[in-house]
Design a protein around this ligand. Structure first.
Ligand SMILES: Nc1ncnc2c1ncn2[C@@H]1O[C@H](COP(=O)(O)OP(=O)(O)OP(=O)(O)O)[C@@H](O)[C@H]1O
Ligand SMILES: [Mg+2]
Length: 254
């Protein structure tokens, strides 16, 4: 089956910097599958997601969506892409427009994709807010009236309101307290089970990775050092870098 998203031998360097931040990365994500990207801070995880999402274009290699090279100038492809692929950014503070009410923020994908009328959009927004555990009246309020964790949930509501096939999520639960984290992980699990959502997720929390993602790719300074079945990669790491990563997970003293 054609992968939904695929990177082949992709490299990327930020403008003005000679050294690539992502180097010769190949990976593919099949429909309904979940892939975790793990690695130390600065390893290039966010940059890799930006390559999959389009704003960053590879300096070498290719990104493919449903088997076709991603081309920002192909309007028909871009429309299908935006309809299919949504994302949750790493920083819940800067990713929500402070001047717009939550209801407008969450319904934005429905309007920009021309999917729904105003009336059905109101219902879908209420549903999406409820799914992430926010009251329906949250729609009337502004982002600054919410905590960091609540804003992260608003971002997840926005990303899932149009029922995307693929969700790219950058540390979707790191700003959340333990109870909310469990709820959001459950929510993502449900979206996978019930709607066949394909998930590509960056997380420092390896227990979240283990519970949500069948596959894991380990990034060290922009290169994939190991990828495969999550249980295998995290349970019996083949690469010393992965071993260090797994061993650095704090454990409660018993
Ligand atoms: N806009 C930018 N311009 C130049 N360099 C950048 C830019 N964004 C990131 N970098 C550099 O690219 C490298 C990878 O950054 P990236 O944000 O992808 O890391 P990350 O794995 O997501 O880290 P973290 O876990 O801290 O979020 C870092 O060395 C960073 O300094
Ligand atoms: Mg990052």
């Amino acid at each position: 089956m054609t992968p939904v998203l695929e990177l082949s031998a992709a490299s990327f360097a930020y403008r003005g910097s000679a050294a690539p931040v992502v180097e010769d990365v190949s990976l593919s994500v099949a429909a309904g599958q979940s892939l975790a990207l793990v690695g130390e801070s600065g390893a290039g995880k966010t940059t890799l997601l930006r390559l999959l999402l389009g704003p960053a274009r590879p300096t070498a290699g290719a990104v493919r969506f449903d088997g076709d090279r991603l081309n920002l100038r192909d309007r028909a492809q871009m429309r299908r892409f935006r309809r299919s692929v949504q994302c949750v950014f790493q920083d819940p503070y800067s990713s929500l427009d402070p001047r717009r009410r939550v209801g407008d923020i969450v319904s934005e994908p429905l309007h920009s994709l021309g999917i729904d009328s105003r009336r059905t959009a109101v219902l879908k927004v209420a549903e999406a807010l409820e799914r992430v555990g926010l009251p329906a009246d949250a729609a009337e309020r502004y982002p600054h009236e919410f905590s960091g964790g609540q804003r992260q949930r608003i971002a997840i509501a926005r990303a899932t309101v149009c029922d995307p096939r693929v969700l790219l999520a950058d540390e979707p639960v790191s700003a959340l307290d333990v109870t909310t984290r469990v709820k959001v992980v459950e929510l993502l699990g449900e979206l996978k089970e019930e709607r066949g959502l394909t998930l590509v997720m960056v997380s420092h929390d390896l227990s979240v990775v283990a519970s949500l993602c069948e596959r894991t790719a380990v990034l060290e300074r922009g290169r994939i050092v190991e990828q495969g079945d999550t249980a295998q990669v995290l349970g019996a790491p083949a690469h010393p870098y992965t071993r260090r990563l797994v061993e650095s997970v704090p454990r409660l003293p018993v």
